[in-house]
Ligand binder design. Structure first.
Ligand SMILES: [Fe+2]
Ligand SMILES: [Fe+2]
Length: 138
């Protein structure tokens, strides 16, 4: 059973970024399922590392996108991404030192940040991008 399913409330109206967010969600669910199936050790560590890499790439792509649409909140959004990656690294290190055993704390963190970040933070650049687009077309 996945930890979280994609639903319309996560749609920010920017297709490329939606696709990235789904990819993050899938990678998250993969770890959750492996953990629920009793996996620990290298297989979990690898999945966690992979999720970190997916997030890092997404944040970089998202920052390029925000810059391309002249989003004024770019710098603070970048700082939020940086903090998220730091927190993620802390969780990944804790899982590693527990012998590749994921924990509720980690899943709670993932779930909270994904939802809060997409709905509260990402939505702002998306609205800016879509407003500029309709202004340009209008
Ligand atoms: Fe973001
Ligand atoms: Fe995002």
């Amino acid at each position: 059973m996945p930890i979280m399913n994609w639903d319309q409330t996560l749609d920010i109206g920017v297709p490329a970024m939606n696709a990235d967010h789904r990819c993050i969600l899938d990678a998250m669910n993969e770890i959750f399922d492996a953990h629920a199936a009793g996996q620990e050790g290298d297989s979990i560590n690898r999945l966690v590392t992979r999720l970190g890499a997916i997030c890092m790439r997404h944040f970089a792509d998202e920052e390029v996108f925000m810059e391309s649409v002249g989003y004024p909140g770019l710098n603070s959004h970048k700082l939020i991404h940086k903090k998220l990656l730091e927190d993620f690294s802390g969780h990944a290190a804790a899982i590693k030192s527990a012998g590749g055993k994921a924990n509720e704390d980690f899943f709670g963190f993932l779930k909270r940040w994904l939802v809060a970040h997409i709905k509260g933070i990402d939505i702002k650049y998306a609205e800016h991008a879509n407003d500029s687009l309709s202004a340009a077309n209008g």
